[in-house]
Design a protein around this ligand. Structure first.
Ligand SMILES: Nc1nc2c(c(=O)[nH]1)N[C@H]1C(S)=C(S)[C@@H](COP(=O)(O)OP(=O)(O)OC[C@H]3O[C@@H](n4cnc5c(=O)[nH]c(N)nc54)[C@H](O)[C@@H]3O)O[C@H]1N2
Ligand SMILES: Nc1nc2c(c(=O)[nH]1)N[C@H]1C(S)=C(S)[C@@H](COP(=O)(O)OP(=O)(O)OC[C@H]3O[C@@H](n4cnc5c(=O)[nH]c(N)nc54)[C@H](O)[C@@H]3O)O[C@H]1N2
Ligand code: SF4
Ligand SMILES: [Mo]
Length: 766
């Protein structure tokens, strides 16, 4: 039989929003189906597509997609929620009614909003609109894994630089003399960065890669530092010591643009108001200063930094981190001599009990090197002007009531982000007040956070829970109502800026709908607008018209929706990046940095005022052989984890082609550690922690420290035939977060210790 040729085969430029890379792509569509996605080299992020992006057609057509709104008919906690199909009107009316009731009874703050991380889902298309809905509704609470994914990158570094590094100050890989990837493996996690980094190495840029594992570009790096998980701050302080000892720091930058010359009172430990000429003020020593309280001995901030760093000599840091002292010195030398230095840090440093101090120690190091907002350093690239649509003006006292703010006053709760730990506590214990409802777009809260069993109880304790997703999930199965969401290719989306460099930042694209929605699925953004309308918030939502919202957002850019529609590959809006913007003189004074003092705050008064160390210090991870020898006796191995090349976070194990390449959950361990436990490659083992045990297959890795093992989170979903699923909780589980703890969490930002804890590995009998 002859197969008919498709009649309407089309090639359409688009982009893949499945992860943070947001790769430019060209899609082949025929007879209403997505057939293929391949790179679009004309796009600033379009050099390559990963396996997940190429699996887009499989995701769209997946037999397990949610197709209709559904209501649970069995009690919470039942194995089968008894999902029964309902109509959209019924669903939206019930949601609006229940949320309205709860807001009237206990205030809108009793309703928490949730989002899958924009780094790992197409929620990046609309998370700002979700924030607008939350603000317009009057709730200060959004839970979106910020404390695990972006606290360091997006918030902690802001205390030093006034803006995030490496968030707003992005690594200018194209111009870098040296690249520093620290706890970040873009070859796995962000293809567009990996491609740029490879090009930089080809033209001779140096690379320093700091990771317990030799992965990705580590093999091509001048130095791979095999750090013990969770001890990175010790490394940063020791490297800073090497810089100071050798005079390898940008003295002009440090004097002019940081508070290094400002004086700290030795009696109170607080800063004096700046005085004197920064060009000639001493960096070292101490001075007596006349104050209202009489004469006080004071020391320049720089002197205190030099002292804390001297206490962390390379030899001492070597003991703590496992990195050779000579390598620490060599790496500091290399980074100084091959400036400009472009830095990116990520997950390895985010999911730690000491994330904040680690990030601040790295910021201190970066400030001394001085490659801030200079070509080839960390640069705030120009962006296309747009109207912000998060609606911060809609919530009069923004974060005052955010869950977790009282406990951690400097955390991302200030911006309305609730940690998983604090959300579970509010739902279970009513502290600081009871979280009664959750409006959740995707986030697989139960699987994404440590202590999944507690997460499950917290979700079950909610009075009302609505969950919007493409698929069922352990989290969604705790909901009262499930809403079916379109995949990225069944809906349009507006993206202004693709982040990684100026060309990418200048790129504006309207991703067009390629195929019809499956079943009754709707896009997240249309659900947000529809819900807003039912809640009586249509005025704040452009009369419920998504396109009117996009037009408003685009207005300052000078680009219209019509122009974007005519060019599905996107439009480059001319923008010009200026460097050293802090040195620009505005109204007779230099612009400086966006900190309270306009200086790079090496010493943080805000930290001091909140009772945190104002200068970065090393804190041993909360669960480690050194901090918990009691536990280490039973759980002698240091456990960290990583994401998977083949899947996003807890997703995609149901995609048969991806699962064929990565069939089972894996734990990497050193051959000696394996041999000592009678474990051979590919054996099924149990990863045991004080919270219980989960299964994984052993993968031997001779490059690891014999005491360190590395697991993977996110395993639950079944794939095609022979591709097993696992319970999210209970016996037989492969969910690493079931046995990882949310505590002790970072005292400043609240991140959980998912990347440094203790375990034992035991061979599972056949
Ligand atoms: N393929 C794929 N891509 C993704 C995702 C995905 O799930 N899969 N998720 C997206 C999201 S949400 C994020 S946040 C990004 C994250 O992207 P990355 O941060 O690159 O993700 P990981 O590979 O998990 O972590 C980076 C490295 O940290 C190392 N590491 C572990 N513990 C430590 C430590 O204590 N110190 C140091 N220095 N390193 C440590 C790990 O060995 C790992 O190689 O990726 C995004 N892209
Ligand atoms: N042990 C350990 N735990 C971790 C991490 C780790 O490295 N190790 N990483 C942490 C990090 S960095 C992050 S970001 C979090 C991630 O945690 P989450 O943000 O919860 O991301 P996922 O686990 O991938 O779950 C995403 C859910 O959203 C759904 N989804 C996907 N796309 C869309 C969409 O466009 N719209 C809607 N409505 N739903 C969608 C998926 O089907 C899935 O159910 O996990 C954290 N947890
Ligand atoms: S790296 Fe893969 S999943 Fe991420 S945007 Fe690119 S193609 Fe999509
Ligand atoms: Mo993330």
């Amino acid at each position: 039989m002859l197969v008919d040729e498709p009649t309407d085969r089309r090639e359409v430029q688009t982009f893949c929003p499945l992860c943070v890379s947001r790769c430019g792509a060209t899609a082949t569509v025929a007879d209403g189906a997505l057939l293929e996605l391949r790179p679009d080299p004309a796009h600033p992020t379009g050099q390559a597509l990963c396996v997940k992006g190429r699996a887009a057609p499989e995701i769209v057509a997946h037999p397990d997609r949610l197709l209709y709104p559904m209501r649970r008919t069995n009690p919470k906690g039942a194995d089968d929620p008894g999902w029964t199909r309902i109509g959209w009107d019924e669903a939206l009316d019930e949601i609006a009614g229940r949320l309205g009731d709860i807001a009237r009874e206990d205030g809108p703050e009793a309703v928490v909003f949730g989002s899958a991380s924009p780094s790992t889902s197409a929620m990046s298309d609309c998370v700002d609109w979700l924030t607008r809905l939350r603000n317009a509704f009057g709730s200060p609470n959004l839970t979106a894994s910020m404390e695990l994914c972006g606290w360091g990158r997006n918030f902690a570094s802001g205390f030093t630089f006034g803006a995030p590094l490496p968030g707003a100050y992005a690594p200018d890989l194209a111009g870098a003399g040296c690249i520093l990837f620290w706890g970040y493996n873009p070859s796995l996690s962000r293809l567009s960065h990996a491609t740029q980094a490879v090009a930089a190495l080809r033209r001779g840029a140096k690379l320093v890669f700091i990771d317990p594992r030799q992965v990705g570009l580590a093999a091509k790096a001048q130095h791979w530092l095999r750090v013990r998980p969770g001890t990175d701050a010790a490394l940063a302080l020791a490297m800073t010591h090497v810089l100071i000892e050798n005079g390898w720091f940008d003295e002009d930058f440090v004097r002019t643009w940081t508070n290094a010359t400002h004086l700290v009172r030795t009696d109170t430990g607080r800063l004096l108001p700046p005085h004197g000429d920064v060009a000639t003020a001493p960096l070292r020593g101490d001075v007596e200063v006349a104050t209202a309280d009489g004469p006080v001995r004071c020391r320049p901030v720089f002197d205190l930094i030099a002292e804390t760093c001297a206490a962390m000599s390379p030899a001492h840091a070597a003991e703590i981190t496992g990195v050779d002292a000579d390598d620490i010195a060599a790496v500091a030398r290399l980074m100084w001599h091959s400036r400009p230095l472009a830095i990116y840090t990520w997950s390895g440093l985010e999911q730690q009990s000491n994330s904040t101090q680690t990030i601040r120690a790295i910021c201190q190091f970066a400030a001394l090197i001085g490659s801030i907002d200079v070509p080839g350093g960390n640069v705030a690239f120009a962006s296309v002007p747009q109207h912000r649509i998060e609606g911060t003006d809609l919530l009069p006292t923004p974060a005052a009531k955010t869950i977790g703010l009282e406990k951690r006053p400097l955390s991302a709760a200030r911006a309305g982000f609730v940690t998983g730990e604090d959300f579970f506590t509010a739902a279970l214990d009513g502290t600081p007040y009871r979280a009664r409802a959750l409006v959740n777009f995707g986030a697989n809260l139960m699987m994404a956070h440590g202590d999944s069993a507690r997460g499950r109880s917290a979700l079950a304790a909610l009075d009302f829970f609505v969950h919007a997703d493409l698929f069922r999930s352990p989290t969604g199965d705790q909901a009262d109502i499930l809403l079916p969401v379109t995949s990225a290719w069944e809906a349009g989306a507006l993206r202004i800026g693709f982040e990684i460099d100026e060309a990418a930042q200048a790129h504006v694209q309207l991703r067009t709908q390629l195929v019809a929605p499956r079943g009754e699925a709707r896009s997240d953004i249309s659900i947000i607008f529809a819900l807003a309308t039912r809640l009586g918030l249509h005025e704040q939502f452009f009369g419920g018209d998504v396109e009117a919202g996009w037009r408003h957002q685009l207005e300052p850019s000078g680009v219209t929706l019509e122009q974007l529609r005519a060019q599905p590959g996107g439009i480059r809006v001319p923008v010009a990046t200026r460097h050293r913007k802090y040195a620009e003189v505005v109204d007779g004074v230099p612009r400086g940095f966006s900190t309270p003092s306009r200086k790079v705050e090496l010493f943080s008064e805000r930290f001091a005022a909140a009772g945190y160390p104002p200068l970065p210090e090393y804190a041993e991870p909360g669960i480690s052989p050194r901090s918990r020898p009691d536990l280490a006796a039973r759980f002698p191995l240091v456990l960290t984890c990583t994401k998977s090349l083949w899947f996003c976070e807890t997703q995609h194990r149901n995609v048969a082609s991806l699962r064929r390449a990565a069939a089972d959950p894996v734990v990497e361990l050193h051959p000696d550690a394996a041999a000592a436990r009678g474990v051979a490659a590919k054996d099924w083992v149990l990863i045991e922690t004080p919270l219980g045990s989960v299964r994984a297959r052993a993968k031997l890795n001779a490059k690891l420290d014999p005491q360190v093992v590395c697991g993977q989170h996110g395993w639950w979903q079944a794939g095609g035939p022979g591709q097993a699923g696992y319970p999210a909780v209970g016996p037989g589980s492969a969910n690493l977060n079931l046995v990882l703890s949310q505590t002790p969490s970072d005292p400043v930002g609240g991140s959980s210790p998912l990347r440094a804890s203790l375990c034992e590995i035991r061979r599972l009998p056949d």
